[in-house]
Structure formats: C-alpha cells, structure tokens
Design a protein around this ligand. Structure first.
Ligand code: UD1
Ligand code: CA
Length: 441
C-alpha cells in the first residue's frame, strides 16, 4: 500500500446552540480535558504532515484550550455549515497532495487506533471519499448513510431532511471523513444550502462526487461508542461516562481494584500502582500519582497529589494540590491536606486541616488539629519533626516549628517554636468551682 501524506482538518467553529452555554461547545470538558483537546490528541497519534483547526464561534475560547498544541488555524467568520467550514482551509491545504482526514471536535471518544484503521480502509479502496459510519439502535439526530441496491454509498441525508423511510436507516454518519485530495476542493464549492437548516452541508459532497463520476465508501469499524457526537449536555454526560469507563478499565487491567466503576472518577493523567484499592465515590483529579497497595476509602477527593506506597486515605479525605503522602502515611475522615508533606507512617486520622506543612516520620496528629497557615495576606509554613505527638484540637499558628519527639497537649494554640523532646501546653488552666449548682438555686 502506498503511504500517502496526511492532513487533518478538525471542525470546531459551530455555534453549539443545543448546549445552551456561554462556553464554546468544544471547550466543554470530558474527564477534565476539553472536547477539542481529545480530538487533537487522537489525530496527533497519526503523525499528520498538517493539522488545521477551524474556529469561528467563540474562537478565542477554542484557541485558548488548545494553546501550546502544534496546529494551524483557519477562521470561519460566519457559521454557514460544516461544508462552508472545511472550505476555509482551502488557502492552507488547497495544494496539499495526499489524504485529508476531516474530524469534528465534538466527537471526543474517537481513538488513534480507529482513525488508523479508517485510513487503511480509505487507502486500500479506490473511493474519492470514505465515511466512518456506525450502526446505532437509536440513530435519531445523526445523518443517515443512504446506500444503493449494490451497497455503494449514494449520499448522506440529515435527520431534518430525511423522509420517513430514510429515518429508519440505522447506519449513521460519524462526521469523520477521508478525502483523496484535491477532489474535495472542487466538490465543496458546488454545495448549495438547499436544506431544512439553510446551511452548506459537508455531507452533500458525497452526492456531488458521485455525480462527477467518483465513488464514496462507508465503513463501520464496529466502534459505535467512539463516535458519540456531543451536542447537548445529555450527550456530554454520556461522553463523560464512556471516557471514564475507558480510563478505569486501563487501571483495572494494570492491577488496580476499583470496587464501583460507576461512582469512581479518575483523571486521564493519573497514575496508580498495582494492588491499590479504590472504594466508591472517589474522585482522582489532575496528575495525581498513587503508589502500590494503597487503600482509598469512599468519597475521597485527590487533586494533583502524590501518594507513596501503602498509604491509607479516607473515607471523606481531601488531598489538594501539592499534597505528598510518604509511604504508609494515613489521612482519615474529614481531613484536608494542602501543599504539605506527610512523612512516612505519619497519621492525620480525623477532622484536621494541614496546609503548607512539612511533617516528619511517625508523627501522630490528633483529631481536630488545624494549621493556621494564612494570616489574611500570606501563607506560612508549619514544620513538625519526627515522632511528634500533637494532642487533639491543637492550633498550630504558622510560621512555627515543632522539634522531633516533642509532645503538644490537647487543645493547645501553639504560636512559638517547641524544642525537641519537650512538652508544650498552651491553653488556659482549668478552674473548678465547688458545689456550683447548689449555690445558683
Ligand atoms: C453532523 C453531520 C451529521 C453527522 C453528525 C455526527 C453535517 C451537515 N451533519 O451533524 O451527518 O451524523 O455530525 O456527529 O455535517 N461546524 C462548523 N461550522 C459550521 C457548522 C458546524 O465548524 O458552520 C462544526 C461544528 O463545530 C461541529 C461539526 O461542524 O464540530 C458538526 O456540526 P454540528 O452542528 O454538530 O452537526 P451535527 O448536527 O451534529
Ligand atoms: Ca455534532
């Protein structure tokens, strides 16, 4: 097979009216990344010679979410349909010799593997255009693939323009096409907006090419879940669920136990070691890294945290950005950690806030301990040495240092450094008034 050069066009200029949003549709997120970023990543896997993103509606928002990507842009000023959008790439790609793959930025689940198989299909067939299709049980809203008696593709008809008979067709257009250039550019110019939406439909090029004596082919690669188009918030939630299931599956196959995949959410950038067990309701965000054999009890939230092996987390623990739990550390119920290091085997078991702190090894932090890290203007550091015992309900007013092996009495408000091995008590002494109730009567 001849290895043609490849250019990729990604459509992202549409209004996305059905989202009812002030945010550009393709800037909405699935599993923490924008819809368009997912599609750009899948296309990048093919190593194309050129990649062109068509922006228009809320173009600045769309450009912002792909900032840093090596891609070119074309601008579609007025949203006159997907066919009109692709035409805006003519100045960039009009002379391109090779295959042109057209993708929609609202189809985030598409994978590089499927795109590669689709390219192979196109390159081994003699069609001027190939369409990636799928069989949908409920094809509502998608363009239908109309085939002739001999199986060849005659055209695509949109839901709104379809006859009753055509609406029964279950083979749908994914919005992913491959063109052998330069046939595409002549055909695009012939599209007319004679349809229910008065738009220049990209899908009309199929019939136009047919009429010019060229052929179109459609293949379903058996991956219907990858071509879900996101047009509404309902489909956004469906995409989230499917993407999350895909991420979780990868971790499970790598040896992570996920007790309830339906209520567990893991960022695509997270890494998790084998034999870690994750209980229901847990959310793992950002570039969180978790070691082996950790246990994360229900309803914990971890964001950009690093957790070493054998740590115990939750239930209801919150590890915010910059949290580091060393091996065997424990952060329990209703405890929040922010930008702090919890040393090996140290415990923050109940109802605590630890922010901007560095804890050594084998520290025991009693229930309700709070680092007072913020003075209203600046954040300050709390440093706690190895084997310190912090009594319950202690306030540590930062900046403050507690030396190794020190003990802090429960209920203390610590404002001054505590020397190593000493006991610090910083609370009012108890007063007892004898026979108090009797006198009051
Ligand atoms: C489109 C297809 C439909 C297919 C479905 C798959 C057309 C006419 N129809 O329908 O056959 O089944 O995708 O998901 O293409 N866009 C622009 N500029 C515009 C209009 C749209 O850039 O003026 C972009 C959108 O940002 C989007 C893509 O084109 O990425 C598709 O547009 P959309 O309105 O979502 O089309 P669908 O109705 O979903
Ligand atoms: Ca769409």
């Amino acid at each position: 097979m001849k290895q043609n050069k490849l250019a990729v066009i990604i459509l992202a200029a549409g209004e996305g009216t059905r989202m009812k949003s002030a945010i550009a549709k393709v800037a909405h997120r699935v599993a923490g990344r924008s819809l368009v970023s997912w599609v750009v990543a899948a296309a990048k896997g093919l190593n194309p010679a050129e990649m062109c993103l068509i922006v228009g509606h809320k173009a600045d928002q769309v450009r912002a979410v792909v900032a840093g990507e090596k891609i070119g842009f074309a601008v579609q000023k007025n949203q006159r349909g997907s066919g009109h959008a692709v035409l805006q790439c003519a100045p960039r790609l009009g002379k391109f010799q090779g295959d042109i793959l057209v993708l929609c930025a609202d189809t985030p689940l598409i994978t590089t593997d499927t795109l590669r198989s689709f390219l192979t299909y196109h390159r081994t067939s003699a069609h001027a255009v190939s369409i990636l299709s799928a069989e949908f049980g409920n094809p509502f809203g998608y363009g239908r693939i109309v085939r002739r008696a001999d199986g060849s593709v005659q055209g695509i008809v949109e839901e709104k323009d379809a006859t009753g008979e055509q609406r029964k067709i279950r083979e749908i257009n994914s919005g992913i096409y491959c063109f052998s250039s330069p046939a595409i550019w002549q055909a695009l110019k012939k599209i007319k907006p004679d349809n229910a939406k008065k738009e220049y439909y990209l899908t009309d090029v199929i019939e136009i090419l047919n009429n010019a004596g060229q052929t179109a082919g459609a293949c379903s690669l058996g991956v219907p879940t990858e071509i879900l188009g996101v047009n509404t918030r309902v489909e956004l939630a469906q995409a989230e669920r499917l993407m999350n299931a895909r991420i979780l599956r990868r971790h499970m196959l790598n040896g992570v136990t996920i007790i309830d995949p339906d209520t567990t959410y893991i960022s695509p950038d997270a890494r998790i070691g084998a034999d870690t067990v994750i209980y229901p309701g847990t959310v793992i965000e950002g570039a969180t890294v978790i070691g082996e054999r950790c246990v994360i009890k229900p309803h914990s939230v971890l964001t950009d945290a690093r957790v070493d092996a054998d740590a115990l987390i939750g239930p209801f623990a919150h590890l915010r950005a910059g949290s580091v739990l060393k091996a065997g550390a424990k952060v329990g119920n209703f405890s929040e950690i922010k930008k702090s290091v919890i040393g090996p085997r140290s415990k923050v078991n109940h109802l605590s806030y630890i922010g901007d702190a560095i804890l050594g090894a084998d520290v025991n932090v009693g229930a309700g301990t709070i680092t007072c890290n913020y003075d209203g203007e600046k954040k300050h550091t709390t440093t706690i040495g190895d084997r310190v015992f912090v009594g319950s309900n202690t306030n540590l007013v930062a900046p403050v240092t507690v030396g190794a092996d020190a003990v802090i009495g429960a209920g203390s408000t610590i404002t001054d450094a505590v020397p190593a091995r000493s006991l610090a008590l910083a609370r009012a002494r108890q007063i007892n008034k004898a026979e108090y109730r009797k006198k009051r009567k």
